[in-house]
Design a binder for this molecule. Structure first.
Ligand code: ATP
Length: 446
């Protein structure tokens, strides 16, 4: 499966404001709105990237420090994603090589006014307003008073060796330019991943943080928990969003064909290879390859995969020359891969290479509080094709009481059956048929 690049039209009078400083964000937003700008605010780079994957603003104002991404790296991503967007730094200077919005002066006025209004209470800054326009902009920008820097929530819960700038970066701000103030409000939910349980909010936060980094991700979780949705979200929130998202389920392809499927093959490379074909890795060039059920990959192929991850080169089956490809690997497994490495079923070196960022997706029974929201989501979706059905509290109670071995996928199927069985009524407990995984019979709470 691949995603065609999307050409976005630049939205006039829309500006994205990216700063972790809640107070500055609010003041600048108020000013820009009063000047008839549509303002989208983001507390960090990942949140802004999510917005940019669907919209191209006329301009963007970016702080010189972001809590989740290196600001310079973020600006590179942003200009690659939205080449028609005028990129301004918070000090009023423009990023090198960016287009110039016809209304850049309006934005600079707003920055300056907010600066002036905040000056009385602020600490003078060494940060100059570099701008090749009117001289009134050649003053230092307002600096909010120094406040304790909010600590980004502990990532150790997810076992992630995050590259989150913390104390050392804070120190740099204390010594140098503008300090942080106000809470870091990174919006948590992702539209495609339904769930508001604490684990899901944490999952969404982790996805936003890791997506922009060009590293491999290993998604772990039981079947039907939404691992593919997570992989898609990582892709969508990355700078690769406009490039292909290719899926390969390692368990779905016979072992002897998997290598050719991954790396491609030349004509006549093996019986049945009537024409040369590119593999999924090459098809994902520039984008992301999602390797589902990576635990099923045979050991000899694991060695080849490792080589690709190390040197970025692939060799088609039957071909001597290697070609370079630029692909981000996101893998998923429901198996205990770490355990499998101990049993020599999975290569330890490949495991470490893939699990730069391990992400755990919780089972549905561990977050039963999300079941009403998910049920609502599925009933709404099912209602797009047929009249929408409601559900009685008793039916919802039955859903809450079940242990969901097939997780969210199973919930979707149970509701699909329920909607069919209930005819024109509301879904009742007797319409809910859960499958007993230990037998071939159906469980019905009714
Ligand atoms: N949080 C969620 N919100 C909405 N839909 C979800 C969620 N989690 C899973 N789903 C839906 O459940 C189904 C299964 O999800 P998905 O294929 O991503 O699971 P998976 O973990 O990759 O499963 P498997 O391990 O069997 O491949 C899909 O239809 C998906 O849209």
């Amino acid at each position: 499966m691949s995603t065609a690049p999307v050409a976005l039209t630049t939205q006039q009078r829309s500006v994205v404001l990216v700063t972790p400083d809640a107070d500055l964000r609010q003041r600048l937003t108020d000013r820009l709105c009063s000047m008839r700008w549509n303002v989208f605010t983001a507390a960090g780079g990942a949140e802004a990237m999510a917005y940019l994957s669907n919209s191209a603003p006329e301009a963007m104002i970016v702080d010189h420090w972001l809590p989740d991404l290196d600001a310079a790296e973020f600006k590179d991503y942003a200009s690659a994603m939205c080449p028609e967007t005028d990129l301004l730094q918070m000090d009023g200077s423009a990023s090198a090589g960016c287009v110039r919005s016809a209304r850049r002066n309006e934005l600079l006025h707003a920055i300056r006014e907010v600066h002036d209004a905040g000056e009385a209470t602020s600490v003078p800054s060494a940060l100059p307003l570099k701008f090749d326009g009117p001289t009134w902009l050649q003053a230092p920008i307002a600096i909010p008073p120094l406040e304790p820097v909010p600590k980004v929530a502990d990532s150790a819960a997810f076992g992630l060796p995050f590259l989150i700038p913390q104390n050392d970066v804070v120190q740099e701000h204390r010594n140098g330019t503008r300090p942080l103030s106000g809470p870091v409000e990174v919006r948590m939910n992702l539209p495609e991943i339904v769930g508001d349980a604490q684990q899901m909010r944490e999952l969404a936060r982790v996805i936003r943080l890791i997506a922009p980094h060009n590293v491999s991700v290993l998604i772990k979780g039981e079947t039907g928990t939404g691992k593919e949705l997570v992989a898609k979200a990582v892709h969508r929130l990355s700078a690769r969003a406009g490039k292909p998202f290719v899926v390969l389920n390692c368990a779905a392809i016979p072992e002897h064909l998997l290598e050719a499927e991954l790396f491609g093959h030349t004509r006549g490379a093996f019986t049945g290879a009537v024409a040369s074909r590119i593999g999924r890795i090459e098809a994902a060039h520039g984008g992301t390859l999602f390797l589902d059920e990576i635990g099923e990959m045979p050991l000899p192929l694991q060695a080849k995969m490792l080589r690709f991850l190390e040197n970025g080169e692939i060799q088609k089956v039957g071909e001597n020359d290697a070609v370079r490809v630029d692909v981000r690997i996101v893998a998923a497994t429901h198996q205990p891969l770490e355990q499998n490495t101990a049993n020599k079923l999975f290569r330890l070196d490949l495991y470490h290479r893939l699990a730069v960022f391990p992400v755990d997706v919780p089972a549905l029974r561990e977050r039963a509080e999300d079941i009403p929201m998910l049920a609502e989501h599925f009933l709404r979706r099912l209602g797009e094709a047929a009249p929408r059905r409601s559900m009685t509290p008793e039916a919802l109670g039955a859903l809450m009481a079940y242990h969901w071995p097939g997780n969210v996928r199973e919930l979707g199927h149970v509701l699909q059956r329920g909607v069919i069985l209930c005819g024109e009524d509301a879904v009742l407990p007797e319409h809910l048929r859960m499958r007993d995984p230990q037998s071939t019979s159906w469980l019905s709470p009714g």
